[in-house]
Write a protein that binds this ligand. Structure first.
Ligand code: FES
Length: 106
């Protein structure tokens, strides 16, 4: 099963087994990773699942969709590598993915 590492703003790491087909948000919620509230349940409507994708993984995770971009306008500290984790589907290729959490989410 692909492993995803979530790194809190304070540096604390959480390595989670993420089933293929779930989203990066769902795997985090299931393992109670702090900082991913996912208030809207994955509907791309809250931005509380905001993460920064590690530079090495940006190509594999793809680009923000238009809807995702509009939602990120409401998030804090948005960077070029910002994504909504509910919009990233776990695939076998994402084994080893590293995402960081914004300071404002903990
Ligand atoms: Fe609400 Fe991702 S869970 S936008």
């Amino acid at each position: 099963m692909p492993k995803i590492t979530y790194i809190e703003a304070n540096g604390k790491e959480h390595v989670v087994d993420a089933p293929v087909g779930q989203t990066v948000m769902e795997a985090a919620v299931k393992h109670a990773v702090p900082g991913i509230d996912a208030d809207c349940g994955g509907a791309c409507a809250c931005a509380t699942c905001h993460v920064y994708v590690d530079e090495a993984w940006r190509e594999k995770t793809g680009e923000q969709s238009g809807m995702e971009q509009s939602m990120l306008d409401f998030a804090n500290d948005v960077e070029a590598n910002s994504r909504l984790s509910c919009q990233i589907k776990v695939t076998a290729e994402l084994d080893g993915l590293v995402v960081r959490l914004p300071k404002s989410q903990h």
